[in-house]
Design a binder for this molecule. Structure first.
Ligand code: ACO
Length: 317
C-alpha cells in the first residue's frame, strides 16, 4: 500500500526581490548570482508566516484534489522557519482550513518535505490514515542574514502542498542523515534563562557553500540512482526529475552525470530561489499546473541540505 497524489498547490508571496534590488543592499550583482546560483529573483513575505503560506498552499491542494478539509485524517508539515514551535505549522493549518485531524511538523531542513511524505506513507501502511495533507512551508527571509551576501542571495519564501490518498503511486524512497553542524547550522532562539551559560548565536543560516555544494552533487546523483533501482526502473523510465532548487549548477551536474536531458529536470530556481522544504512541492505543483505532467508519468523527487540530510523518491503520478 502506498499513495496517489490527489491534488497539489503552492503559494508564494507577492513581493519580488530582484538581484538588482539585492545589489543595493550587499556587494553583489545580477551577473554573479545568475552565473553562480541561477536565481534571478525571489519572493519575500512581508506579513505572512510560514503557516499562513502553508494554509494558502493547502487550500489550493485541497481544491485541486476535490477533497474537503473534513476528509483529512492527518496533516504533516515540514518547516525550519515557523514563527512558533507550538502550535506547529501543521496545527495552524488545521485551524485555518477547518480540519480536525492529528497534525504535526517534521524538520529535516531542505529534505523535510520528502521526509514528511515518507512519514505519511507509514501511517497509511499501518491503516491509520486514508487522506493526508503534506506541506513544505518556509519564511526563510526571517532567518537569513541580509548583510551576508553568501547566503542572502540564495533563499526565498513560499509553500507547497500535496493531498495524498491511499493508492499505488509511491514506488520507492530513500532518506539519509549525517548529523552534524559543521557545514550547515541554523541556531534556534536560545531563550532568556538566567541559568543559561552558553554562547547565543544569531538565529541565521550559516552555510559553508562549497562543502554543501560537494555534498549536494554527490547525493543528488547517488540518491536518484538508488531510488530508480529500488523501484525496478531504469533512468530512461523517468519522465521528470523534480529536484530541490538550490543551485542550477547542481542540477546541470546531475543532468550530465545521470545522462538525463536537462529538459526532464523541472527548474524554477530563477523565479523563487531556494525555499528549503517548500522547494520540491512548489516545483512539483507548478509542473502539474503547467499541464505538462500526465497521469501515469514517473517522477523522481530529490532534496538535500541542512542536517546534513538528503532524500529522494519515485512516484507514479
Ligand atoms: N556576490 C558576489 N560575490 C560573492 C557572493 C555574492 N552574492 N557570494 C560570495 N561571493 C564571493 C566570495 O566572497 C568569494 O570571493 P573571493 O574569491 O574573493 O573570496 C567568491 O565569490 C567565491 O565564493 P564561493 O563561496 O567559493 O562561491 P561558490 O561558487 O561556491 O558559490 C554558493 C557559493 C552559491 C553558496 C554555492 O557554494 C552553493 O550553491 N552551495 C550549495 C548551497 C546548497 O545546496 N544549499 C542547500 C542547503 S541550504 C539549507 O539546508 C538551509
Amino acid at each position: 500500500m502506498s499513495f496517489r497524489i490527489m491534488g497539489t498547490g503552492f503559494y508564494v508571496p507577492d513581493k519580488v526581490i530582484t538581484n538588482d534590488d539585492l545589489s543595493k543592499m550587499v556587494d553583489t550583482s545580477d551577473e554573479w548570482i545568475m552565473q553562480r546560483v541561477g536565481v534571478r529573483e525571489r519572493r519575500v513575505s512581508v506579513d505572512m508566516t510560514a503557516s499562513d503560506m502553508a494554509a494558502a498552499a493547502a487550500e489550493k491542494a485541497l481544491a485541486s484534489s476535490g477533497l474537503s478539509a473534513d476528509k483529512l485524517d492527518m496533516i504533516i508539515a515540514a518547516s525550519i522557519s515557523s514563527n512558533d514551535l507550538c502550535p506547529t505549522v501543521a496545527g495552524y493549518v488545521q485551524m485555518k482550513i477547518g480540519a480536525s485531524c492529528p497534525s504535526f511538523d517534521v524538520n529535516s531542513a531542505c529534505s523535510g518535505f520528502i521526509f514528511a511524505l515518507d512519514t505519511a506513507v507509514s501511517f497509511m501502511e499501518r491503516g491509520c490514515a486514508e487522506n493526508i495533507l503534506v506541506i513544505g512551508a518556509e519564511r526563510l527571509s526571517k532567518i537569513v542574514d541580509w548583510t551576508d551576501r553568501s547566503t542572502c542571495v540564495i533563499f526565498g519564501d513560499g509553500a507547497g502542498a500535496f493531498v495524498i490518498s491511499k493508492g499505488d503511486g509511491y514506488l520507492s524512497s530513500k532518506l539519509y542523515t549525517a548529523g552534524g553542524n559543521d557545514i550547515i547550522e541554523i541556531p534556534n532562539y536560545a531563550g532568556e534563562s538566567p541559568f543559561y551559560n552558553g554562547i547565543k548565536l544569531p538565529p541565521y543560516i550559516f552555510m559553508q557553500g562549497q562543502e554543501t555544494f560537494k555534498f549536494a552533487v554527490n547525493k543528488i546523483v547517488s540518491d536518484i540512482k538508488e531510488v530508480t533501482e529500488k523501484a525496478g526502473l531504469s533512468i530512461d523510465d523517468i519522465d521528470y526529475i523534480v529536484p530541490h532548487q538550490a543551485n542550477v549548477r547542481i542540477i546541470d551536474y546531475a543532468s550530465k552525470r545521470l545522462k538525463v536531458p536537462k529538459e526532464k529536470f523541472y527548474v524554477n530556481i530563477h523565479k523563487y530561489g531556494n525555499t528549503s522544504s517548500a522547494s520540491v512541492p512548489i516545483a512539483f505543483s507548478e509542473l502539474a499546473e503547467s499541464g505538462r505532467l500526465k497521469r501515469g508519468d514517473i517522477v523522481a523527487m530529490c532534496a538535500f541540505g541542512g542536517g546534513l540530510s538528503s532524500a529522494a523518491c519515485i512516484i507514479k503520478y
